[in-house]
Design a protein around this ligand. Sequence first.
Ligand code: HSE
Length: 317
Amino acid sequence: MVRLPKIHIKVPGTSANLGPGFDLMGLALDIHNEFEFQFSKEITETKTELKNGKTLPFSKKEDLVLSSYLSYFSKFAKNLTPPPYHCKMTLALPLKGGLGSSASAIVAGLCLAKEVHKRLSTESLPTEQEFTQFLAEFEGHPDNTLPAYLGGFVFAYSTFGETLRYFRKKFPSSVSIFVLTPEYSVSTEESRKTLPKSYVTSDVIFNLSRIGAWMHFLDKRKFGDLLVGLEDKMHTPYRIPNSSPLFPLADTLKQEGIGYCLSGSGPSLLIFLERKALKSKLNELESKVSKIMKESGITYQFRRVKPDGIGVRIKMK
Ligand code: HSE
């Protein structure tokens, strides 16, 4: 058998939706999950552990690296028995935190499988279109998996089985991005069940107009357009209802005209400040956030992030 090298895969976190771009827009962020895979004759069963030795925060059934790895072979390399591996993970993305931790696992599993396929099988590799289509379909909505794979600010859509289409835009460096991650988790699947099955025309028009504002912001880089572009009537109001622990913060940010959006299905939020106003506004923002979150009784992490323009990195050792 051909010897497989150690394969190290690093995947950026992502923030999906960016307000109105539900299941469409996603931004890769410079917070990364890392996966180190080892293969050998002696490894006869797949084993996954955390590099820091702590207990895995999910069960084998929920191991998306493994399930995506296996599903790749069923789709693209049917003649090959997927070799078992040992995986050591370093997870910087919170689980069910709205920052693309599931997408990072899927990207890692599929990219690993493709590397193995390249080395062990004579069956032809999937084209990039076939691979990205599969990547998009694996999770069901491409706005996390595509930016995690490609890096950058990605618009990706593949509605009801259509061919996946995507393009990237440069995220303006005149804007600073902060991530607030409350220390509780939200299941995307459960959260999607709270959304309406259909929308009134005025809400659809509202969201279309906000995508227009985003395009204008990306073109002209006026912060005011971003503030309009972040507004959403399709998922945010249902995911942060008045009863949500996040409501007091979201409401204050809205009242004070501070740009924010729910990251994916939450609970993380992205908060945006104009870079030139950072010095005058950041301290004020941090104390406001701290006061409200304390009153709501939620512990959280607040950090500055930058877009990740690279996407998945694969290294052989
Ligand atoms: N667009 C998806 C949603 C992303 O909002 O449900 C999930 O992270």
